[in-house]
Design a binder for this molecule. Structure first.
Ligand SMILES: [Zn+2]
Length: 93
């Protein structure tokens, strides 16, 4: 479970990095009001490898894969259609 806290240097709530500092590098002495968050808050400038695996990112990756399958299927259908009508073009010329 990721943690967030209020950073007195940034003047806003920030995501607490694994090393216990704010994303801007401010130390624990600047952080207070720690709390747990369900998802990585994007507006807090969360960075690092862990933020690559948010539920939103996984959902987007799933949709990207579905979209890719649809595009490939569409291209195959277009290819078959082109093959089916190509004899007519060849006989025309
Ligand atoms: Zn800060």
């Amino acid at each position: 479970m990721p943690h967030a806290a209020y950073c007195s240097e940034c003047g806003t709530n920030v995501y607490v990095r694994a090393d216990g500092r704010c994303p801007m590098g401010h130390g624990p002495e600047s952080l207070s009001n720690y709390y747990e968050v369900d998802v990585w808050p994007g507006h807090m400038g969360a960075t690092g490898p862990s933020s690559m695996f948010t539920p939103q990112t996984l959902a987007m990756a799933r949709w990207a894969r579905v979209t890719l399958v649809i595009i490939v299927a569409g291209l195959l259908l277009m290819c078959c259609f082109a093959c089916a009508i190509s004899p007519f073009f060849f006989t025309t010329y």
